[in-house]
Design a binder for this molecule. Structure first.
Ligand code: URP
Ligand code: ZN
Ligand code: ZN
Length: 468
């Protein structure tokens, strides 16, 4: 099997940066060092470029039924977008169907992924119906390499919505089973009431999506979920944290010494409530949950990433077309499917707004996009590390490619909404998965179906409470 030798690049890891060559053979990194002899191996000149562990995006929704429709990216287009953004592994949410089992969810998602995935993947199972047989089944997830589940405290009136008693029992069972519980923390009851009141008053426009899901509603559910995890003695991971009050709850838990992981997403840095309040129905493109917030929340979110209260930057890639999908809510904002894409733009957004602006270091960038995700989700060190014989995916990027030249808004901002255009200025110069280039200079080179399922467990990180 052919190899690849990257020469003259700068290796950037979560812990530091240094000059070195990288040799890949038989799908594995076999050497990281200086002056590695090529011995006939294909050589890639990486001078002036950064070499990082492949990015992991543990928050995607490909071909997922949601909000009365199905997300518009399937596993072919969605993993291509992720690869173009330097991502070599996604962890997608497999939904338990009404009356279905957890194994059924994994099976359904395996079918969706297997002939289409261009990069490696894993699944979290979203538990929607914690029946007695499902409680018995839950421990078997870990043995299948599915080491995480998600509970939705929001979306009341849909099968996703879960009450506190089931959340609590899921935490108890998962802890015993070596499975990490992820929560979508928003108070579903209060949102349903506020939505009802808004509609009675004739408030149907997209901006009411945010006004009926205020930050306090996210903060309350975040605090509640964390306290339930504390009672259960289980670690917990709060996904898509959007605002300062929710982050305060996480920070307080960290001060108490509780194991709470937390993720934030590019849309909360790139967009704001003002986008939801755009003229006419334009704001529908920006409907996601938790909703876009006032910009005053951003300094706290940046600080959270910097000091480690937020360890993960995921995309929450959940794309819908404007025509025919977002339009479903033209007369009623509660019918607008919730979600934005972002798998391709995620790293670019964090680099442009975070590293280039001096808000986080390049090493914190790698931690939030790769290493922390591998550790917290149980894929380390097969993923998230650039160490000989261990990492299976890495990428090469040139930060010069991040320039957006003409002083206009960065091009990725034009794409980070549900109308997908081709005007993206690609920034990642190349992505390698299992020793092969899957993406180079704007072109997808990998084969759909070549991505592999990555079993996750917590043995390498010595249990659910990963040190990040
Ligand atoms: O609006 C969002 N975030 N859609 C995806 C589903 C979810 O809650 O993560
Ligand atoms: Zn969610
Ligand atoms: Zn999501």
């Amino acid at each position: 099997m052919g190899g690849l030798l990257f020469t003259g690049g700068t290796i950037v890891t979560a812990d530091g940066s240094f000059e070195a060559d990288v040799l890949i053979e038989d799908e594995k990194i076999v050497a990281v060092g200086t002056d590695i002899a090529a011995n006939g191996t294909e050589t890639v000149d990486a001078s002036g470029k950064l070499i990082m562990p492949g990015f992991i995006d543990a928050h995607t929704h490909m071909a997922m039924p949601f909000g009365g429709t199905v997300t518009s990216d399937d596993w072919a287009t969605g993993t291509a977008a992720a690869a173009a953004g330097g991502t070599t592994m996604i962890i997608d949410f497999a939904l338990q169907e009404e009356g279905g089992t957890l194994a059924g969810a994994v099976e359904t998602w395996t079918e969706k992924a297997k002939d289409k995935a261009l990069i490696d993947y894993g699944f979290h199972v979203a538990i929607t119906d914690l029946r007695d047989d499902v409680k018995t089944e839950l421990p078997s997830l870990a043995a299948q390499g599915v080491a995480s589940v998600k509970i939705f405290m929001a979306y009341k009136g849909t099968p996703l919505y879960t009450e506190d008693d089931d959340l609590f029992e899921t935490l108890q069972l998962s802890k015993e089973a070596g499975v990490l519980v992820l929560v979508h923390a928003e108070n579903g009851d209060v949102i349903a009431k506020l939505q009802e009141q808004a509609l009675v008053n004739g408030n149907t426009a997209p901006r009411f999506h945010a006004l009926t899901r205020p930050p306090e509603v996210e903060a309350e559910a975040t605090g509640r979920a964390i306290r339930l995890a504390e009672v259960a003695g289980a670690p917990i991971l709060v996904v898509h944290v959007s605002c300062a009050p929710a982050l305060e709850e996480i920070h307080r838990a960290h001060e108490r010494g509780q194991t709470v992981y937390a993720e934030t997403c590019p849309q909360y840095f790139a967009f704001s409530y003002d986008d939801l309040a755009r003229e006419g129905f334009e704001g529908a493109k920006y409907v996601c949950s938790p909703p876009l917030r006032d910009e005053s929340n951003r300094p706290a979110l940046w600080n959270g990433l910097k000091v480690g209260d937020l360890q993960i930057f995921g995309s929450d890639h959940c794309s819908f077309n404007y025509r025919g999908q977002k339009e479903m809510g033209a007369d009623d904002f509660t019918l607008i499917p919730n979600g934005l894409p972002g798998a391709e733009e995620r790293a670019m957004a964090l680099w442009t707004l975070g590293v280039r602006e001096g808000r986080i270091s390049e090493n914190q960038f790698v931690a939030a996009l790769s290493t922390n995700q591998a550790r917290i989700y149980g894929a380390y060190p097969r993923k998230g590390a650039l160490v000989p014989r261990r990492g299976r995916g890495h990428r090469v990027v040139g930060p010069g490619a991040l320039d957006h030249g003409d002083g206009e808004q960065p091009p990725w901002q034009r794409r980070l909404h549900p109308v997908r255009g081709d005007d993206v200025r690609r920034w990642s110069r190349g992505g390698v998965r299992a020793g092969y280039l899957v993406y180079k200079d704007g072109e997808i080179l990998g084969e759909h179906g070549s991505g592999r399922f990555v079993e996750r467990n917590f043995t390498a990180t010595r249990g659910l409470e990963a040190k990040v």
